[in-house]
Structure formats: C-alpha cells, structure tokens
Design a protein around this ligand. Sequence first.
Ligand SMILES: [Fe+2]
Length: 322
Amino acid sequence: MDTVTKTSPLTVKPLREDLPFGARIAGLTPENIMDPAVRQQLNDVFIERGMIAFENVEQTAKMQVMISEVFGPLKDHPVKMVERLDNDTLPGVITIRTDPNAGMVEIDGKKLLTWQPWHFDHSYNNELNRAGVLRAEIIAPEGGLTGFCDGIQLYNDLPEDIKKKAEGVEVVYSLDLDYSRQPYGLPKNFKEISGKGAALAEAAKAIPRSVHPAVWTRETGEKVAHISPYGQREIVGKSHEEGAKLFAELWDAVEATITPYFHQWEPGDMVIWDNWRMLHMATGCDPKYDRIMHRTTIKGDYGLGRWETEPKAPAAAADAMA
Ligand SMILES: [Fe+2]
C-alpha cells in the first residue's frame, strides 16, 4: 500500500503488518483536509482497507465531523432515544458512555459496561449507514477497546461449504437487542446484569424487522461475509428452527474465521470503519472507570437491505424512527 507520496501531506501505513485490512494515517489537519487530492486519497485508502485509524488529529467534534464528511454526508442516528452530543449544532454526533442504566454484563466473573458483541451498525434498519467515525473523549485506563474484523477477509477464509450455504441467505434482524433473546455471539460465562431497558424493545415493536444479505458483492468485485448475531431473529424462507440451525452454523464458522484487530484508544485517535464491510465489537470496561466516546453516522446505502414487510427489490429507504 502507498506510504508517503511526494505530493501528499499524509503518512499512510498498514494498520498492522499481518492484517489484510486497515490503515494508519498521520498528518491530517483541519487545513489539508479540504484539499481535494487529500480527500481522494482518504477515500481510496478507505475503499481498499475498510478502516482507518487516524493518529494525532485535532480532538474536536468539529474535526470529527470534517473527517466524516470526507466520506459522505452525516445522517442523524435512527434511534431517537440515543444520546446526542449537541443536536442543535452537530446533528449526527452521538455519545456512548459508561452508564450502568444502559446495560451491564458480566463475562468470566468481571462486570463490564459498554460491552457489545460483534455486529454492524443499523442492522435493524433497512438502510445501512456507509461508515462511522469514533473519537474518545474519556479513555478508560484499562479495557474499553474497540474490536474490528473484515468481511472480505472473513469471506475469503471461510470454508467452501459454508460459503455455499451462505450464498443467497437473507437474515432478519430486530431493533430489540436484548441479550436474553440473542442465542449466538455471546461469550462463554456471559451474564446480563442489567438490560438496556424496556424502551428499546418497545421501540422495536413499532417498526418492522429488517432484512440483509449474509454475503454481498462490492462494486470492486470482492465478496463480503456480513452477518451479525446482535438482534438476529430469522432466516428468510426458513422455519424458525431451520433458520436458527443455519444461522448458528454460519456464525460459528464466521467466529472461528475472524482475524480481529482490537484498537487501544490513545489521545489524538479517530477511527473510521466501513459499515458495509467490517464488523466491530466493544470489549467493555470496569464500571469503576469512566469512558466516553462520540460517534458520527455517515449516510449512504448499499441498497441491499429492506424491511421484512417489503418485497425483495429494495424500495427507497426511509429512516427507521423518522
Ligand atoms: Fe456499533
């Protein structure tokens, strides 16, 4: 991959030498980010590598929005109850914080806040946002990592029989993200101490479930394995039992194939990931620590999702909670 070019102010390196995805970029400033050549380079790296860890960038919401807008316009988060940083001047910047009321889990006897299983964002929506940009306002002194894995790597490395089984499979997802209704993707020795509250389950009842393909092909030709156990409910066209058996088989194979990268947050970091390609997770952190993250949502759609109530050809998308 490109490193420093004579004309670019950016330094571009692989995220880690042994990974087929991800890049690290240094040298991005509020001034050079407006340069069309820089913007093109960022988009090219993003398409090729699926995620970018920006290092030593200005830690402001304004810069987070500027970085996000290189890759597309911002969209507001589709779930109204999600906390916003400042909806008047920064629509689309949400806050994720260590809040015991937002759900606490226990893994191997350790209590954790902000833990999340592998997933892609907005699986419960008909429209999949293009990307997200994360920034840490308060970094926990231990834990609080964000894990990423690549759907292209997953597809390439899945056993051939699993690839065949996943072909054409459509997965049904719900906004009801309660772990008690999630049979896959939870670690051994997992216990939910407090749930995310009944409000999310109630909101889920007010909208249809969504449908997304298990495998899709990018414009650039690569196939992407893109399934998530978070909110997964059914497989289209199969009985609940048949669908559950197939999804368990697919997820077990995916989980065994994941080559993860865990981002340890440092001051000056911002991270963007391609939500059509990558899965991500949060390791959570000890409830005694504060951890505050801000995330933007970048608009776009891969055009392959739909509401369960719609026919297969995707219709023009409307936001879930608009
Ligand atoms: Fe997420």
